[in-house]
Ligand binder design. Structure first.
Ligand SMILES: Nc1ncnc2c1ncn2[C@@H]1O[C@H](COP(=O)(O)OP(=O)(O)OP(=O)(O)O)[C@@H](O)[C@H]1O
Length: 296
């Protein structure tokens, strides 16, 4: 089912315009919403999840008018907020059984079956008797996915789920999400470019409440072929190079030199080498193009 957002706008009482006349269509599959802190990702996701109202705009999911009919959307929605709050001292199995009751699954046998299924999908079956409060960060995030799967959602929204996870936990989490996302619409927000690269078949870059780029990660990187150049420079020459070229990113080498990546349609000078474009380049270019132009 397709999620369609048209001309969505939200200004908070303090005057911050968190969503700025945003329009986008999102189909089935893993959709990555990439943007820096404060870009408006959580505001957009909370609005789609019907937890806050926009000032104006339209959201539909299939034939559900999301803003007019919150209840119909909530029946098909699985939402994992940025922080889930405090967990009670209950085992994962007990807690999921409790959530399943709240979600209206009154038949005990049916409940047991679905709880077992979601524990298995999220690789938590072995630790089902442990208290969720004592789980590691990654296990808690996977538990978050387990709870949202209980009502077999068609639209899944997960808000920055990999923030703070160690590399192994992050990988486990992404694997779970990959499996879950194969037959529904998953919107996944992150400020980590690598998450989108590994997981998403489609992505948007968001900043200032606006969509700066909407493409597949492959398309977006392909578009930049033959426009990304690298050069090794001395640390002290960085400032000069920043003035001369459109420097997207820089990495320190152990010997105190720097690798700079530059965006330019033609080779900026003879000492630059062409480089295969990466998704990071796409991200930095989108954000740079969004910067206000200073005129003197
Ligand atoms: N309830 C609120 N009241 C006032 N301003 C808010 C509120 N929630 C968010 N904002 C502001 O709106 C802007 C967008 O915030 P939002 O949380 O949606 O961004 P985000 O991309 O999710 O960032 P983060 O990764 O930091 O959560 C920010 O400037 C933020 O300070």
């Amino acid at each position: 089912m397709k999620l369609v957002i048209k001309n969505l706008t939200k200004t908070y009482k303090n005057g911050v315009k968190a969503i700025d006349d945003l329009s986008i269509e999102i189909g089935t599959g893993m959709f990555g919403l990439l943007g820096p802190n404060g870009a408006g990702k959580s505001s957009l996701m909370r609005t789609i999840a019907t937890l806050q109202s926009p000032d104006s705009g339209i959201i539909t999911f299939g034939d559900i008018d999301v803003l007019e009919d919150n209840m119909s959307l909530r029946k098909v929605l699985g939402y994992l907020p940025q922080s889930f709050g405090v967990y009670p001292k209950m085992s994962a199995e007990e807690l999921l059984d409790y959530f399943a009751t709240l979600k209206g699954i009154s038949n005990k046998v049916e409940r047991k079956a679905i709880v077992k299924e979601v524990l298995e999908i999220t690789n938590l079956y072995e630790v089902r008797h442990k208290n969720v409060a004592g789980y590691s960060g990654g296990m808690k995030q996977r538990f978050g996915i387990a709870q949202l799967l209980l009502n077999n959602p068609k639209l899944i929204i997960v808000d920055e789920p990999t923030a703070g996870l160690d590399p192994a936990e992050r990988q486990r989490f992404l694997n779970v999400l990959r499996e879950v996302g194969s037959n529904c619409t998953v919107i996944f927000s992150t400020h980590i470019v690598e998450d989108v690269k590994e997981l998403c078949n489609e992505m948007a870059i968001l900043n200032g409440g606006k969509i700066l780029k909407h493409a597949t990660p492959q398309q977006a990187t392909k578009e930049l072929e033959n426009t990304i150049w690298t050069k090794i420079i001395e640390k002290d020459d960085l400032e000069e190079n920043m003035k001369l070229y459109n420097v997207l990113s820089r990495n320190f080498n152990p010997n105190n030199t720097l690798n700079i990546r530059v965006h330019a349609v033609v080779r900026p000078s003879d000492d630059f080498v062409v480089s295969a474009p990466q998704l990071d380049d796409v991200y930095f270019i989108a954000l740079k193009q969004d910067e206000p132009v200073l005129t003197s």
